[in-house]
Design a protein around this ligand. Structure first.
Ligand SMILES: [Zn+2]
Length: 370
């Protein structure tokens, strides 16, 4: 597996767009000379500090794009995203941190000393949490459809007989196999499933189940929804993995809240947040996609990673993906999806991707600083 740091950066457009700044030298020899008579009216807390110096002290990577005014400090998987002129930053996906607005008016990007101290404190606190072991505490498997809702149905001719392949059965079979594999691999994690038989939990029931799992501050849950596809075009075949843009998080930064960031800036902060949230789901989708590719890629075309606004995943507050295991309506794939050994390989592929992601997530989020 490649370095988790590189993988995260590759999918974060914010970082990809931003231009990395070298950390400013902090040795006394290269620092600008102190003014002979410092203005006595300026309190030390508002003295500007070069952003590069803050990054140097933190041993953090700093990216800043002077065109858009967006920037990110990143260290050991923790991120602080800020924007020029904005009086707060977003720390680690979910927490806003009040700051004196950063400026790049003269001599490069700078923060006040008080803001520099607040940034360093935020990273120090995050590291303390990370040292207490950040983990994936639960994995919730959601077999699509069930009961009165059969999902997609394919009818294939097989040996002079009609073979009926029903999505709700395919999804349950894959999900139970995945459940057993994950239980055996992660005895200390909560492995959950939204239905164990031919029942019909509503979409709201499934989302509620996901959101009601109790987690400590340093624990996360992964949500995996399993489906099968159908098409009027009988030739359509292949598997897909979807990740979802978590729309609900738009309300996290509320423009109208008293003391909030104001109409102009709120959308910028929300865009930053959304990007951070989506990154984990994209990495999860890629891991599962490559797991499936190695298990069933020889028989089923890889249709790639997709993004949309599916209800179930959109409302689940966690890294979330939806897998379309294949087309029940395709004559070849429909027959494969009726075979126990094939469904086991699908489950194996998803399992491999999840194990990869958990390894990445726990090492990235729980690693002590390098
Ligand atoms: Zn479905």
């Amino acid at each position: 597996m490649s370095s988790p740091y590189v993988r995260a950066a590759a999918f974060c457009a914010c970082l990809a767009l931003a231009r990395p700044l070298p950390a400013a030298p902090i040795s006394a020899g290269t620092a600008p000379p102190a003014p002979a008579t410092p203005a006595p009216a300026t309190p030390a807390s508002v003295t500007p500090q070069a952003a590069g110096q803050i990054a140097g002290r933190l041993k953090a990577r700093l990216s800043y794009d002077p065109l858009t005014g967006y920037g990110v400090f990143e260290k050991s998987g923790n991120r602080l995203a800020f924007a020029r002129g904005v009086p707060w930053a977003i720390f680690d996906w979910n927490r806003s941190l009040p700051l004196d607005p950063p400026s790049d008016a003269e001599g490069g990007l700078s923060f006040t000393a008080a803001s520099g101290a607040a940034i360093e404190k935020a990273f120090a606190e995050a590291e303390a949490v990370a040292r207490s072991h950040f983990s994936v505490a639960a994995i919730l498997i959601d077999p699509g459809h069930g009961g009165k809702d059969p999902g997609a149905i394919g009818e294939q001719a097989a040996g002079g007989k009609k073979l009926r392949v029903v999505e709700k059965d395919v999804t349950l079979d894959i999900s139970r196999k995945l459940f057993d594999l994950l239980k055996a691999r992660f005895p200390d994690k909560r492995i959950l499933i939204t239905r164990e038989g031919d029942s019909y939990p509503s979409l709201e029931d499934r989302v509620d189940m996901a959101n009601s799992v109790e987690l400590a501050a340093n624990e996360a849950i992964i949500y995996v929804s399993i489906h099968a596809n159908s098409s009027f075009n009988k030739n359509a075949k292949g598997f897909e993995v979807w990740y979802l843009n978590p729309e609900y998080r738009r309300t996290l930064v509320d423009a109208k809240k008293p003391g909030g960031p104001g109409q102009e800036i709120a959308p910028i902060l929300n865009a930053m947040l959304e990007e951070e949230f989506t990154t984990e789901s994209i990495i999860l989708a890629r891991d599962i996609m490559s797991g499936l590719q190695s298990e069933i890629g020889a028989e089923s075309p890889n249709r790639g990673i997709r993004a949309d606004e599916w209800f179930v995943v959109r409302n689940a507050r966690m890294p979330s993906v939806l897998i379309e295991a294949g087309f029940v309506t395709n004559p070849d794939e429909g027959k494969l999806l009726a075979r126990d050994d094939y469904l086991l390989r699908v489950a194996d592929g998803v399992y491999t991707g999840l194990v990869d992601f958990v390894g990445y997530f726990e090492s990235m989020r729980g690693a002590p600083s390098q």
